[in-house]
Write a protein of this length. Structure first.
Length: 281
């Protein structure tokens, strides 16, 4: 009797474990083509409108008006999203931005459709220190449903020359949603003329019983109007390695970026991303 009881308990534990996999990363993974091509390392740079969602403090690093439209589709997992972002940091000392994402995660009975809207503000404390915060409204339907409001906040430091660093917290208001858990990111970037280098580390302390981390590294070199990019990332949540690359074309502030991200392990994702941008510096 004792043996059969122990076997039943072990079977139940195994069944519970099988029914509770770590959630997909779709709502933590809505970057634009430039960031995807650089391995997801971008939060300290403040060069694009994706600072609205990456680290709002970085919006005030440079004076510019930016509008970006992005679309992404993973041919393997069917993960897809469309994004519109608008940012204006030309007004002293405030910067502001808004973004909207329409996201499809999973397939069949496990599919979730999410609408995510963000309003972000940044403030220049000095020529070197920048603060930022955003509020996000999330509406979901499908396998996971609900409506909630959460928030991000960040700090960016222009260290010296082309070197910048940042720290940000995301989904700081706990909305008890497995697709939007709280996480933190530390970032370092270097902008030296045509060369850009960046590294990001993300840490999530609630998505799993033990802390989970993601590491991203990337670079860009600009040849006239054509930037070439490459990057690498490892995510311990999905136990995946990501290799990415891309290029773009820009003239007189207008242009587009293309990126491809190849997942080794995990869900074997194959992500294609296209971003159109209009910049007024």
């Amino acid at each position: 009797m004792m043996r059969w009881t122990l076997l039943a308990i072990l079977a139940a534990l195994g069944s519970a474990s099988a029914q509770e996999p770590l959630p997909e990363l779709g709502l933590r993974d809505m970057e634009h083509a430039r960031a995807y091509a650089m391995g997801g390392a971008f939060r300290a740079l403040g060069q694009d409108a994706e600072s609205i969602d990456g680290n709002p403090a970085s919006m005030s690093l440079r004076k510019q008006m930016v509008t970006e439209i992005s679309g992404a589709w993973d041919v393997a997992t069917k993960y897809a999203f469309a994004t519109v972002s608008m940012m204006d940091s030309t007004t002293e000392p405030l910067g502001g931005g808004v973004s909207y994402h329409l996201v499809s995660i999973g397939r069949g009975a496990n599919r979730t459709v999410a609408n995510v809207s963000a309003l972000a503000l940044s403030y220049a404390l000095s020529d070197s220190w920048f603060l930022g915060a955003s509020t996000k409204y999330v509406q979901m339907s499908g396998a996971i449903s609900g409506n909630a409001i959460t928030a991000d906040a960040g700090l960016t430091l222009h260290i010296f020359g082309g070197l910048v660093g940042s720290f940000s917290g995301h989904n700081l208001i706990d909305i008890r949603n497995p697709l939007m858990t709280r996480y933190y990111a530390a970032s370092l970037g270097y902008l030296g003329g045509p060369l850009t280098l960046a590294a990001d580390v993300k840490g999530d302390f609630g998505i799993a019983p033990t802390p989970q981390f993601a590491y991203s590294f990337g670079g860009e070199y600009v040849f006239g109007p054509v930037p070439l990019r490459g990057g690498y990332a490892y995510d311990s949540i999905s136990h995946s390695h990501f290799i990415s690359g891309g290029l773009g074309f820009a003239t007189q502030g207008n242009g587009f970026d293309l990126a491809y991200r190849h997942e080794v392990g995990g869900a074997q994702g194959r992500l294609l991303v296209l971003t159109f941008n209009i910049k007024i510096s």
